[in-house]
Write a protein that binds this ligand. Structure first.
Ligand SMILES: O=C[C@H](O)COP(=O)(O)O
Length: 251
C-alpha cells in the first residue's frame, strides 16, 4: 500500500516567527491524524534546524527545497544532499519548475541531483510538469514522461521506495488555476504507467499533485485513484489551510 503524503514547500517565504507559530500547530493537528498521512515540511534551508527542533517527538518529516549537484567542494552558496542528511532531513525536493525556469536546471542537472539525494539516503521528491504552451500543443504527457524518465533512468527498483514524484503543471503553480481532478488523474495514470514501463514498482510509488491546491479543492484531487497527496505552496504558509489539506488526504 503506497503512502499518502502532504508536503509543504514554503519556497522563499517564512521567518523564525513563522517556524515557531506554524510548526507547533501542524505538529499538534497531525498527532490526531493517526499516521494515516505522511506530512512533510520543507522550509528555506536556514530554518531547517528550527523546524526540526519544533517537530521533536513528532512523526512530521522535514526536508530541503533544493540540493547542489555536487557532493562537496568549492561551490560557494550551495548546500549538499549529504549536509541535508547530516542535519536530519528526510526529504529533498528536486527539479521544481521554479528551479528549472529561473535557475536553468536542465533534465541532466536534475538527474545528477536525484542521484546525489539517493546516495545520501534521503527520499527525493522529484517535480515534473508541463508549461502552458506545451499543454496547448498537446505535448503535456510527452514532456512530463521525458522529465521523469531522464531523472530516473537506470534507477534500481529497490531504490524506488525513496522516490516520490510530484506532478505540478507549471500553469497551475501560484496562479489559482488548478488542473481539474480528472485532468490531474489522467496525467498521474500516465506517469504511473511510464514508471512501470521503466521496470519500477509503480503501484508502490507515491505520486503527488501540486499547483494551487487549497482546502476547497484538495478533497476532489486526493480522491483520485492515482493521486496520493499533494505538494503545497502558498496554502502551506497558513496553518489552518495546510492542516485542512492534510485532513483531506486522510478522508
Ligand atoms: O511546490 C509547490 C508548488 O509549486 C505549488 O505551489 P502553489 O500551491 O502555491 O500553487
Amino acid at each position: 500500500m503506497r503512502k499518502q503524503i502532504v508536503a509543504a514547500n514554503w519556497k522563499m517565504n517564512g521567518s523564525s516567527e513563522l517556524v515557531h507559530q506554524l510548526v507547533p500547530a501542524v505538529k499538534e493537528s497531525v498527532a490526531s491524524l493517526d499516521n494515516a498521512v505522511e506530512v512533510v515540511i520543507m522550509p528555506p534551508s536556514l530554518f531547517v534546524s528550527g523546524v526540526k527542533a519544533e517537530l521533536a517527538g513528532s512523526p512530521v518529516a522535514f526536508g530541503v527545497q533544493n540540493v547542489g549537484r555536487w557532493k562537496s567542494g568549492a561551490y560557494t552558496g550551495e548546500l549538499s544532499a549529504g549536509m541535508a542528511a547530516d542535519v536530519g532531513c528526510h526529504y529533498a525536493l528536486v527539479g521544481h519548475s521554479e528551479r528549472r525556469q529561473l535557475f536553468g536546471e536542465t533534465d541532466e542537472i536534475v538527474a545528477e541531483k536525484v542521484a546525489r539525494v539517493l546516495e545520501s539516503g534521503l527520499t527525493v521528491m522529484l517535480c515534473v510538469g508541463e508549461a502552458l504552451e506545451e499543454r496547448e500543443a498537446g505535448n503535456a504527457e510527452a514532456v512530463v514522461c521525458r522529465q521523469v524518465e531522464s531523472a530516473l533512468v537506470g534507477l534500481d527498483a529497490a531504490k524506488a521506495q525513496y522516490v516520490v514524484v510530484a506532478y505540478e503543471p507549471v500553469w497551475a503553480i501560484g496562479t489559482g488555476k488548478t488542473a481539474t481532478a480528472d485532468d490531474a488523474q489522467t496525467m498521474h495514470k500516465a506517469l504511473r504507467a511510464r514508471l512501470s514501463d521503466m521496470g519500477l514498482p509503480a503501484n508502490e510509488m507515491s505520486l503527488l499533485y501540486g499547483g494551487s491546491v487549497k482546502p476547497d479543492n484538495a478533497g476532489a484531487l486526493f480522491a483520485q485513484p492515482d493521486i496520493d497527496g499533494g505538494l503545497i505552496g502558498g496554502a502551506s504558509l497558513k496553518a489552518d489551510d495546510f492542516i485542512e489539506i492534510c485532513r483531506a488526504a486522510v478522508a
